[in-house]
Design a binder for this molecule. Structure first.
Ligand code: HEC
Ligand code: HEC
Length: 302
């Protein structure tokens, strides 16, 4: 049954494609018309008193282009896949071409990455030409989320500062890239309600020495201790083992306004950094770790 269905569509495509191309040959010859001798005939339409429509045949070169396109179509369909599951005489496939290009690239670049992989990340991060290559890899594979300047965006951490969710030591950066990270910030809306969330949020503002409502912050203290300290710590400075951010500094992943903090608390957050181990391989990840590490070295340690 499955075979029949597969073959049915195969033949459907083959027949419809070939028949429609073949039919076009007699069709365009029939409509070619003869070269007029003397006065061309008109279609009988007249606009603006003197604008008439002639019934001229197509110029020869134009007509030939039609014929050439049709022949091109037939040759193309003979050489390349296009007719159902017929593979084409050249046996070309986009996957085959991709694999071939990738293996050429791998032959050229792999020895380079293998060499870099022997150098420890800290040292590699000071190698200028390695960092140029790292920058290119970053632009290809990471900039889509972290920005071409690596400064991130809402929900995507800035990698150009000294503020780390999971730690800024070379090995911690490497693990972030290699295995990916999945953040789990549960939604507290159901447990706290809007009022409770506003209280805890004000308590966070108080911890961060920012403008806050004293009464609400007082009410939030107890809830913070009950629900939040396990991950964010008693003093709110977070926990890198869990990727729980520091809530008392000026750096926010999602935003530090009262509204956004409340939104984080009520709805929870679940940032995902995808694993790159299988996709890029350990050697490229090693180089990228050095590159990311080098970005943070441009900053004074704080
Ligand atoms: C199970 C551990 C866990 C608990 C418990 C927890 N959080 Fe979180 N929280 C996280 C993680 C992990 C993140 C980072 C989410 C991300 O990266 O997507 C986070 C993010 C946040 C953010 C966003 C920070 C930013 O930089 O934008 C706020 C605000 C926050 N938590 C407040 C709280 C409050 C208040 C509580 C208690 C009601 C709480 N969290 C309880 C793990 C936790
Ligand atoms: C699909 C989007 C996406 C891509 C692609 C991506 N990242 Fe991430 N990355 C994230 C998110 C989201 C986080 C934060 C996870 C969280 O909320 O805990 C993150 C976290 C990180 C961290 C940890 C930062 C910290 O503060 O500890 C590093 C390092 C990192 N990414 C580097 C990279 C590199 C290098 C690449 C390219 C190979 C890359 N990322 C590609 C989305 C992405």
């Amino acid at each position: 049954m499955a075979d029949f269905v597969n073959d049915y569509w195969h033949w459907f495509i083959v027949i419809v494609s070939l028949v429609s191309i073949l039919i076009l040959f007699p069709f365009i010859y029939m409509n070619r018309g003869n070269r007029p001798s003397g006065d061309p005939e008109t279609m009988g339409h007249v606009w603006d008193d003197d604008l008439e429509e002639y019934n001229n045949p197509l110029p020869g070169w134009w007509f030939n282009m039609f014929v050439i396109t049709l022949i091109f179509g037939l040759i193309y369909l003979a050489l390349y896949p296009g007719l159902g599951h017929y593979q084409g005489l050249l046996n070309w496939s986009s996957k085959g071409q991709y694999d071939e290009e990738m293996s050429v690239a791998a032959e050229t670049f792999d020895p380079l990455f293998d060499n870099y992989a022997l150098v420890d990340i800290r040292t590699l991060s000071t190698n200028e030409s390695a960092m140029k290559t790292g920058e290119r890899l970053f632009a290809n594979y990471c900039a889509g989320c972290h920005g071409s300047d690596a400064r991130g965006a809402k929900g995507f951490p800035n990698l150009r500062d000294n503020n780390w969710l999971y730690g800024g030591e070379p090995e911690q950066i490497r693990i972030s890239i290699l295995d990916g990270r999945v953040a789990v910030m549960p939604a507290w809306g159901p447990a706290l309600g809007e009022e409770g969330a506003a209280n805890v949020a004000n308590y966070l503002l108080q911890l961060g020495n920012r403008e806050h409502d004293k009464t609400k912050a007082g009410a939030g203290l107890q809830q913070y201790q009950q629900f939040c300290t396990a991950c964010h710590g008693v003093d709110g400075t977070g926990n890198q083992a869990l990727g729980a951010p520091n809530l008392v500094d000026r750096t926010w992943l999602y935003g530090g306004s009262l509204e956004t903090i409340m939104e984080s608390i009520m709805n929870g957050r679940a940032g995902v950094m995808p694993a790159h181990k299988d996709f890029l391989g350990e050697e490229r990840v090693h180089l990228l770790s050095a590159y990311v590490y080098s970005l943070s070295q441009e900053f004074e340690q704080d």
